[in-house]
Design a protein around this ligand. Structure first.
Ligand code: ZN
Length: 116
């Protein structure tokens, strides 16, 4: 997400509220949404069947009940309280971070036919 502090645009993870410092690994979604690597790790460990339909914060896609998703169980005050990420975005971020030469992140979700 983007917020303005003292007239400056600050980019922060929607899920953790952590502000981008040009070093913390982050991936941008639609409409300025952002997920940081720490949030992705929590999402991989914590994703579960969604109890209600939702619109993914990162890809904006509407997703029905029963699809896997993740939201921060206790969102920090600086995070987007409505942030939720769909399984596809979690898989896509898992792959993208593993290819980022600026991190030593190792892919945690095994590739599938859809997500090589
Ligand atoms: Zn998504």
């Amino acid at each position: 997400m983007q917020k303005t502090e003292n007239g400056l645009i600050v980019i922060a993870c929607d899920f953790t509220g952590i502000e981008w410092d040009e070093h913390i690994p982050m991936i941008e979604g639609h409409r300025g949404s952002v997920i940081c690597l720490e949030a992705l790790k929590m999402a991989i460990d914590g994703m579960a069947d969604a109890s209600e339909a939702f619109d993914c914060t990162l890809c904006l896609r509407h997703t029905e009940t029963g699809s896997k998703a993740w939201r921060h169980p206790d969102p920090p005050a600086t995070a987007n309280p409505h942030a939720i990420v769909c399984e596809d975005c979690i898989r896509q971020a898992d792959r993208a971070f593993s290819k980022d030469p600026d991190t030593d992140y190792v892919r945690r979700i095994p590739p599938t036919d859809r997500w090589r």
